[in-house]
Design a protein around this ligand. Structure first.
Ligand code: ADP
Length: 228
């Protein structure tokens, strides 16, 4: 079963039409790009997927319990400036109902290690570069082990090296069965990290191209088939 399904979803804000008759389903472990020009409806679609918004018509259906396990990442980092890196991430655990100091440590520390943030754990957001801040924001989104990670222009404020790092890290979590859905107008990312590409234009889905299949072993098979 799909993690989340949109059926004939339309969204209007007053007399502005943000989305028209969108039907799609999103599965666990998918790596999805939402592309299209500014105003195409990308943010609106992400907000519907995150249940931050309700459709004007149509239905958004999700697996039970999914709403509580959504992580999100935006262009702004939205870290608490008066808390350390560690505490910013720990707070997300507490919001998710994880309170024990050891339990929190068991979740936060491996993530800090994995994301190269361990040395920064005692610093405050004001001491960090933009790329480091976004890595903390990503750790904060992932510490609850979300089944969906929603990223709206997550590299909009980053230089190319930091942006590449964020994409590689998001990609790692996709490999753990998290559905990752990213809105971006930078088409370079869809080429560097190939996935399903949903193209929006003026509120319509113009195309929905499945991820290219890259079979492991296919090269070897191709070589064998070629008799080399
Ligand atoms: P994108 O993320 O692709 O730039 P959006 O989803 O932000 O597109 O916007 C799609 C359309 O909906 C735009 O015309 C925008 O002006 C309109 N829109 C989005 N949010 C609101 C809102 N809260 N109030 C009024 N209009 C909105």
């Amino acid at each position: 079963m799909a993690l989340i399904r949109l059926e004939h979803v339309s969204k209007r804000y007053g007399d502005r039409i943000a989305l028209t008759d969108v039907s799609l389903s999103l599965d666990a472990g998918e790596w999805v790009f939402l592309v299209g020009p500014s105003g195409a409806g990308k943010t609106t679609l992400l907000r519907l997927v995150a249940f931050a918004e309700r459709p004007t018509s149509g239905r958004v259906e999700a697996e039970p319990g999914l709403r509580r396990t959504i992580g999100s990442l935006g262009q702004e980092f939205r870290l608490l400036s008066d808390r350390s890196v560690y505490d910013n991430i720990a707070l997300a655990c507490q919001i998710a109902g994880i309170w024990g100091r050891d339990q929190i440590g068991d979740r936060v520390r491996p993530l800090l290690d994995e994301m190269g943030l361990r040395a920064l754990e005692g610093l405050f957001p004001g001491d960090l570069s933009a790329g480091e801040k976004q890595r903390v924001a990503l750790a904060r989104a992932l510490v609850r082990h979300p089944r969906i990670l929603i990223a709206d222009e997550p590299t909009g404020n980053l230089d190319p090296a930091a942006a590449a790092q964020i994409f590689s890290m998001m990609r790692q979590f996709r490999d753990r069965d998290t559905l990752v859905i990213t809105a971006t107008h930078v088409e370079e990312w869809t080429q560097r990290h190939p996935g399903r590409v949903i193209r929006l234009e003026q509120g319509y889905v113009r195309s929905d191209a499945p991820a290219p299949r890259v079979e492991t072993g296919s090269l070897a098979q191709a070589r064998e088939a070629g008799g080399a």
